[in-house]
Ligand binder design. Structure first.
Ligand SMILES: C[S@@+](CC[C@H](N)C(=O)[O-])C[C@H]1O[C@@H](n2cnc3c(N)ncnc32)[C@H](O)[C@@H]1O
Length: 281
């Protein structure tokens, strides 16, 4: 049974995505594809949704609902951009949809496996200042290049490969969260809780860090979707360095929690990210 937070988020996300998708299709049907007209419609729609949710929910539930509704809106808007925007902007729509699905499903997955710990942070929208800067940098690169080299952004085949990488990466990450269950936590735990057990089955039998493997490839995939020649290598290097440090710290904790059992696990299963060894005793 999904927790109350999970239900609120699901209703807000799907409701907003559906309502906005209907509006988009209505615009398409009547040929209202002008950017300014669409921006105005989106703005008016968002204001209405915002006040509706504020009216319906308590402050805590509202904080969840408004984020989920925003992500639903981004998902539908992404599909719309992919369908009607000029060819050199269409791939940005795929990127928007992938971002919306990733962040919403992060919340939903935590609401399923850790209902007591779910919070607005579980959307990981504000993961870290570095994450926000990286996202904004990729938008700047995209729009500069699409202005000066529009042909580059019409490589739909390459963008579709990125889309596939993101879908597979996200699927692996969400499978890992569901497999680890209550042992999964967005924040690396420094103290072992009584019910924390070592998970080695399912995707944890393929890689020691399947959720990081999924996130690593997902992050690179977002830049392949955008066909961003500068951000593709930059994201690869930045993500690799981030996960190398994170895995090192996490494994030092896991070794102190599970001792020889984790040591044996390290012997049998690799981290999953190329050239990252983890913490070795
Ligand atoms: C963000 S999760 C990441 C889990 C894992 N590194 C992965 O990529 O799937 C971090 C939490 O998962 C816990 N954790 C990591 N690997 C685990 C395992 N094999 N079994 C149980 N808990 C694990 C850590 O103690 C930490 O608190």
């Amino acid at each position: 049974m999904l927790s109350q937070e999970g239900r609120i988020s699901l209703k807000s996300f799907t409701g907003s995505a559906f309502a906005f998708f209907v509006i988009c299709m209505f615009n398409c049907y009547y040929g209202i594809t002008n950017l300014v007209a669409n921006a105005l419609i989106v703005f008016l729609y968002s204001v209405n949704v915002y006040f509706f949710l504020r009216f319906v929910y308590s402050p805590y539930a509202f904080a969840i609902a408004v984020r989920a509704a925003f992500l639903g809106l981004v998902l539908s808007l992404g599909v719309y951009v992919k369908l009607v925007a000029p060819p050199n902007v269409q791939i940005f729509g795929g990127y928007m949809s992938v971002m919306a699905v990733f962040h919403y499903s992060e919340f939903l997955a935590i609401a399923i496996v850790q209902p007591k710990q779910v919070s607005t942070d579980s959307f990981v929208i504000n993961h870290s200042p570095q994450y926000t800067v990286a996202a904004m940098t990729s938008w700047v690169e995209f729009f500069i290049e699409t202005y000066f080299f529009p042909g580059l952004k019409e490589q739909t085949w390459l963008s579709n490969i990125g889309l596939l990488v993101c879908i597979l990466g996200d699927l692996l990450r969400k499978t890992a969260i569901l497999t680890a269950g209550s042992n999964f936590n967005h924040l690396v735990q420094c103290e072992k809780s009584n019910d924390h057990v070592l998970v080695t089955h399912g995707v944890y039998g393929w890689f020691r860090h399947p959720s990081y493997v999924g996130w690593f490839y997902w992050s690179i995939g977002t830049q392949i979707i955008l066909v961003n020649p500068i951000c593709i290598p930059a994201y690869t290097i930045a993500s690799w360095m981030f996960f190398k440090e994170r895995i090192y710290i996490e494994e030092s904790m896991l070794l102190s929690f599970f001792g020889q059992n984790y040591c044996d696990y390290q012997q049998q299963v690799g981290t999953g990210i190329p050239f990252i060894e983890g913490y070795k005793i």
